[in-house]
Design a protein around this ligand. Structure first.
Ligand SMILES: NC(=O)c1ccc[n+]([C@@H]2O[C@H](COP(=O)([O-])OP(=O)(O)OC[C@H]3O[C@@H](n4cnc5c(N)ncnc54)[C@H](OP(=O)(O)O)[C@@H]3O)[C@@H](O)[C@H]2O)c1
Length: 318
């Protein structure tokens, strides 16, 4: 097996963001001091990970921060991303302060607007697209955060359509955009657009978001299994290596299982022909598709957390 070193993407701020990080969403709400999160992040740092992805919405920023502090690894060697939750679109500074306090790690490397759609904190209802606070209003307040405590700002779940709206008004170009991506959803148009604008892409759900101990359509892909044999590794590692080898991309697979967590970081260098073959799979009939928890509802109702697929700019995902 030819193991590949985990390189870094360079953000438009000059900061380095490692190509493989650990995701901290547990597919269920967890408490602030969640032990499973603490153990996962502590193990990840032991195995060599230096990039951690969390969010206010995951509930576990406190446990993430404690694991980072307890690791004894110099702070500047670890890249930590967290995210502004939808109900804080109208109170960005407060959202940042709450995440900053919960993490308690001197500074946040990357603070993302988790979703383009805001939510009314009183009613819990999604704010219709274009109504105040719009994501442009939110972004203007995000821009004020950049400084010693917030090294970079970015977005998540933004399409080309919504990035175009944002960039018309932005003074600070987002450093990164975190979106679902894997071999069934390479996001070719977004890939090209973000490269042109100097925005790094982070792939979430690179394994297809299986339930713990279960499989996913991409983990079961015959070519993925065949390549796992060829490179003497596991299907998950092939999927993560595929993302990590895409220029301008990094990824944040989640595993709280120590063996899978370790294997996910041991990426291999795929031959170009194998990388190309994996990139082409989504062209097979019916295989360009989202695999995450909201995908079924999105396909049936054409709605994603209160916004239409058109509002999201997700009509033609490729
Ligand atoms: N910005 C956003 O809106 C957004 C949305 C979704 C996710 N995310 C971020 O992206 C991260 C990753 O995405 P995700 O959690 O949705 O999906 P994922 O990383 O594709 O899949 C995680 C699931 O796969 C299992 N798993 C991990 N490694 C495996 C392997 N080698 N073989 C087989 N199964 C494996 C995990 O179970 P075990 O833990 O038991 O191994 C877990 O159930 C999240 O944790 C979060 O940080 C962001």
């Amino acid at each position: 097996m030819s193991r590949a070193a985990v390189h870094s993407c360079t953000l438009n701020t000059g900061a380095k963001m490692p190509a493989v990080g650990v995701g901290c969403w547990f597919q269920r709400p967890v408490e602030a001091e969640n032990q499973e999160t603490y153990d996962m992040v502590a193990n990840a740092l032991k195995y060599g990970y230096r990039h951690i992805d969390t969010a206010f919405g995951y509930g576990n920023e406190q446990a993430v921060g404690k694991a980072v502090r307890d690791s004894g690894i110099p702070r500047q060697e670890i890249f930590v991303t967290t995210k502004l939750t939808n109900s804080y679109h109208g109170k960005v500074q407060q959202g940042f302060e709450e995440s900053f306090k919960a993490l308690n790690i001197d500074y946040i490397d990357l603070f993302l607007v988790h979703w383009p759609q805001g939510e009314d904190p009183e009613t819990g209802k999604t704010i219709p697209k274009g109504q105040s606070p719009t994501f442009v209003d939110t972004w203007k307040n995000m821009e004020k955060l950049v400084g010693p405590r917030c090294k970079a700002i970015g977005v998540s779940n933004f399409s080309v359509k919504n990035l175009e709206i944002l960039l018309k008004e932005a003074k600070v170009v987002p450093a990164a955009n975190q979106v679902e991506s894997h071999i069934y959803l390479p996001q070719a148009s977004l890939d090209k657009y973000c490269k042109d604008k100097g925005i790094v892409l982070t792939a979430y759900s690179p394994l297809g978001q299986p339930a713990s101990g279960k499989s996913s359509p991409i983990l079961d892909e015959p070519l993925v299994k065949e390549l796992a044999k060829k490179y003497d590794t596991q299907p998950g590692t092939i999927l993560i290596s595929w993302v990590a080898q895409r220029p301008n991309w990094n990824t944040v697979p989640k595993s709280s299982n120590p063996a899978r967590l370790k294997a996910n970081f041991e990426i291999v260098k795929l031959d170009q022909a194998d990388h190309d073959a994996l990139s082409a799979i989504h062209k097979e009939s019916g295989k360009t598709t989202s695999l995450v928890d909201y995908a079924e509802k999105m396909k049936k109702e054409r709605v994603v957390f209160g916004w239409s697929v058109e509002d999201m700019g997700w009509e033609n995902l490729d």
